[in-house]
Design a protein around this ligand. Sequence first.
Ligand SMILES: Nc1ncnc2c1ncn2[C@@H]1O[C@H](COP(=O)(O)OP(=O)(O)OP(=O)(O)O)[C@@H](O)[C@H]1O
Ligand SMILES: [Mg+2]
Length: 382
Amino acid sequence: MSAGAAPDGVTSTLDLDSTLGDARVVVLAGGGGVGKTTTAAGIGLGLARRGRRVCVLTIDPARRLADALGLQGVADEPVQVPLEPSAPDGDTVGELWVVMLDAKSTWDGLIRQYADSPEAAEKVLQNRVYKEFSGAVAGTQEYTAVEKLHELLASGRWDVVLLDTPPTRNALDFLDAPQRLHAFLDSRALQLLLKPASGGLGLLGRGAGVFTGLLKRALGVDLLSDLMEFFGVLGGMSQGFGQRARAVQALMAEPRTVFLLVAAPHPESLEEAAAFRATLSGRDIHYAGLVVNRLTRAVLHEDEAAVRGALEDALDDADLAGRAAGLHERVRGQARHDDALIAAHLAAPGHEPVLLVPQLAEDVHDVPGLDRLTEHLFPAAG
Ligand SMILES: Nc1ncnc2c1ncn2[C@@H]1O[C@H](COP(=O)(O)OP(=O)(O)OP(=O)(O)O)[C@@H](O)[C@H]1O
Ligand SMILES: [Mg+2]
């Protein structure tokens, strides 16, 4: 039985070897905790084992995996994962690099890049409002993830970059992040606030003196002028952000940019994946299919009495054999349940290629664990 096949005919139809053969960007999206980070790292390792130079851009990996990959204390810098050939006769080994997204450093880099001068950049970097804004994780991760992706690709050091996305409820949150930021910076409202046509101080400035004075006295800080400075400088970078937003949009639409969804074998997770896919289908992007991760797999055709008999023979203890057989039956029940779920999902309109990945015996927290996962992600290579 191949790794992705189940006896009742629910089989994998997504072949990553051919789907990703030519990919330059692989985006993995999906709900929280379904295994996006693990799958991204596993696919990255599989591609590196096929001789490609791979970088996995990850967001908040589980601690043990981060440590095993050498990410401990390193944010925003690519780290190379040492790879031994997986077999003694030696598969070709490319390169596997991982980088953990640090939203604040990515923002700092952007400010340095788009500011008019190093002095202007420094002014923003020291700005109180900027520090709060760039350090806040929610919302800015979506933007910085695509930003960082762009930067990694532009360096030319890798053949393929995998993007492990933050667990967003809506895939568009992060696809549209650069465009949204640019639209905001470019918005009439912000312009009006900061740059009135007739050389005044802007709505924020006009009559704000009393308010600012009060705030300053109450808080001991000149918050409003920090705010104005912050938005003033960001607004001045609007053109740069606009260009970047268009570049990112073009990158997402490239034929060599491939989207994969990851889901768990639970009705809510599969429904969520179907909703994601529906949103993606209206866009100019290349959706390759769904990875259903952590499936319970079992040999379903074996007859229960035979299993019990074999266990009794092997264990020489009827009571223990009875309990083991009960456990075995429970696993088979779960496997039947998982298979029925996938079959129902596949029968629904909008049929898509799926890759079935089993629940492994242990958490995946190091390179050997990722290698075991890779056997299921690329089963044809066997
Ligand atoms: N096929 C699998 N078999 C066994 N354990 C797995 C498998 N896939 C993932 N895991 C484990 O599940 C946990 C969650 O996986 P992971 O961190 O990749 O999820 P995620 O979707 O990235 O989560 P988040 O949404 O929080 O970023 C990890 O401990 C990982 O080792
Ligand atoms: Mg994750």
